[in-house]
Ligand binder design. Structure first.
Ligand code: HEM
Ligand code: HEM
Length: 337
C-alpha cells in the first residue's frame, strides 16, 4: 500500500511540477507552492518512515512522532491550504488579500511544522532537549497559522452578504476559524503543564476532530461545493446544503466540546490520584454527548453524499430545435427572379 501511495504521489508531483514549469509568467501563485510542497513532503515522509535500518528503540518512537505530525501537517493540512488559496478567491470572485502573507505562512510552516513530531511524546524517555525543541516549535506554529488566518479573513472582508448566499463560503469560513482555534489549541497542548493534564485523555480526540474534521473536511467541502456545480451546471438544493452544514457543525461542536470538558476532568482525576475506574465512570455522560454529536456528523455525510450525486448527475440533453425551412438567402432570391 505504501508503495502504491508513493507511486501515486510521485506521479502527481511530476504532473504538478510540469504544469508549473510550463507557465508563461515569472511568478507562480501560492496555491502551487502549497500543492507542490505537500507532494514533496508527502514523498519525504513516506521515504523517511518506511526506510528500515535506523528505526530501533527510541529512534522508532521519534520517527513515529515525525510521521504522525508530518502526515497531518505537511500532507493533509498543506494540500488543503493550497486548495483554499485557489478556491476561496474563486468563490468570492476577488484576489487573495496578500500574496506576501501567503508566502510567509508557507516558509514558516516548513520551518516549524516539520520539527514538532516529538510533542506527541512529552515526558517520555526521549531526550529532554528534543522535547523542548518540539514544544518551542509548536508555539512557533502560531506565526504561520496567524498569517494564514489573517490572509483568509481579510479576503472575506466586505463579502458578508456573499457568505450568506453561497453554498461554499460558509464551509470555508468555518474551516478558517477552526484552523485558528484547532492549531492554537495544539500549541497549548504541547506545553508541559497542559500535556500533563491532557495527554492520554479524550481531549486529544477532540483536537484530532477539530483539526481533521473542522479544518480539513470543512475546507474540502467548501472547495467541492465551489467546483461540483460548475461541472454539470447543476446547483445543489440550498436547503439541503444548509442541513449538511448545520448537522456537521452542531455535531462537531457537540462531539468536541464534550470530549474537551470530559478529557480535562479525566486528566485532573488522574493527577489527583483517584482510582482509574472513577475517571471511566465520570466520562459516561460526555461519551453520550460524543455519540449524539457523532450521529449528527454521520447524518450530515449522508446529506452531503446526496448533494454530491445531485450536482454530478448528467444534465438531460436539451430538446432539439424544431426543423424549419431555412430562409432563402438574398442571392438565392435574386437568382429565382
Ligand atoms: C498547527 C499547530 C498544531 C499544533 C502545535 C498541534 C499540537 C498537537 C499536540 C501537542 C498533540 C499531541 C497531544 C498529546 O498526545 O498529548 C497533537 C495531536 C494531534 N494533532 Fe495536532 N497540532 C496542531 C495542528 C494540527 C492539525 C492542523 C491537525 C490536522 C489536520 C492535527 C491533528 C492532530 C491529530 C490527529 C492528533 C492526535 C494524534 C494521536 O493519535 O495521538 N493537529 N497535536
Ligand atoms: C461521523 C463522523 C465521525 C465520527 C463519529 C468519528 C468518531 C471517532 C471516534 C469515536 C474515534 C475514536 C476515539 C477514541 O479513541 O476514543 C475517532 C478517532 C479518530 N478520527 Fe474520527 N470520527 C468521524 C469522522 C472523522 C473524520 C472525517 C476524520 C478525518 C478527516 C477523523 C479523524 C480521526 C482521527 C485522526 C482519529 C484518531 C484520534 C486520536 O487518536 O487522537 N474522524 N473518530
Amino acid at each position: 500500500m505504501a508503495l502504491l501511495f508513493a507511486v501515486g504521489v510521485i506521479l502527481a508531483l511530476a504532473n504538478f511540477y510540469q504544469t508549473v514549469a510550463a507557465r508563461t509568467t515569472e511568478e507562480f501563485y501560492i496555491s502551487n507552492w502549497y500543492i507542490l510542497g505537500a507532494t514533496v513532503w508527502g514523498i519525504v515522509l513516506t521515504v523517511v518512515t518506511y526506510l528500515p535500518g535506523y528505526q530501533n528503540g527510541m529512534g522508532e518512537t521519534i520517527i513515529q512522532g515525525y510521521y504522525m505530525h508530518m502526515g497531518v501537517g505537511m500532507w493533509f493540512m498543506t494540500f488543503t491550504l493550497g486548495l483554499m488559496y485557489y478556491f476561496l478567491p474563486m468563490s468570492l470572485n476577488k484576489p487573495i488579500y496578500s500574496y506576501s502573507l501567503g508566502v510567509l505562512a508557507f516558509w514558516t510552516q516548513l520551518l516549524f511544522y516539520s520539527l514538532i513530531g516529538t510533542h506527541h511524546y512529552i515526558f517520555s524517555p526521549l531526550p529532554w532537549w528534543l522535547q523542548t525543541i518540539a514544544i518551542v516549535f509548536s508555539v512557533g506554529m502560531i506565526i504561520p497559522v496567524l498569517a494564514g488566518t489573517i490572509n483568509f479573513l481579510m479576503t472575506f472582508k466586505g463579502g458578508r452578504k456573499r457568505v450568506g448566499d453561497s453554498y461554499s463560503l460558509p464551509f470555508m469560513l468555518l474551516g478558517v476559524l477552526f484552523y485558528f482555534v484547532g492549531s492554537f489549541q495544539g500549541s497549548l497542548q504541547a506545553l508541559r503543564y497542559t500535556n500533563l493534564v491532557w495527554h492520554f485523555t479524550d481531549f486529544n480526540v477532540a483536537h484530532s476532530h477539530i483539526t481533521m474534521y473542522g479544518i480539513v473536511a470543512f475546507m474540502l467541502w467548501g472547495c467541492i461545493y465551489t467546483l461540483a456545480p460548475r461541472l454539470q451546471g447543476r446547483e445543489p438544493r440550498q436547503a439541503l446544503v444548509g442541513v449538511h452544514f448545520w448537522f456537521a457543525l452542531v455535531g462537531l461542536l457537540g462531539y468536541a466540546m464534550s470530549l474537551m470538558i470530559g478529557g480535562t476532568l479525566k486528566g485532573m482525576s488522574w493527577m489527583a490520584g483517584e482510582p482509574f475506574m472513577q475517571s471511566v465512570v465520570l466520562m459516561a455522560p460526555y461519551w453520550l454527548w460524543r455519540a449524539i454529536g457523532g450521529t449528527f456528523m454521520l447524518l450530515a455525510h449522508f446529506v452531503f453524499f446526496y448533494n454530491l450525486v445531485d450536482m454530478l448527475r448528467p444534465r438531460k440533453p436539451a430538446p432539439a430545435p424544431p426543423v424549419t425551412t431555412p430562409e432563402p438567402r438574398p442571392h438565392e432570391i435574386l437568382e429565382s427572379v
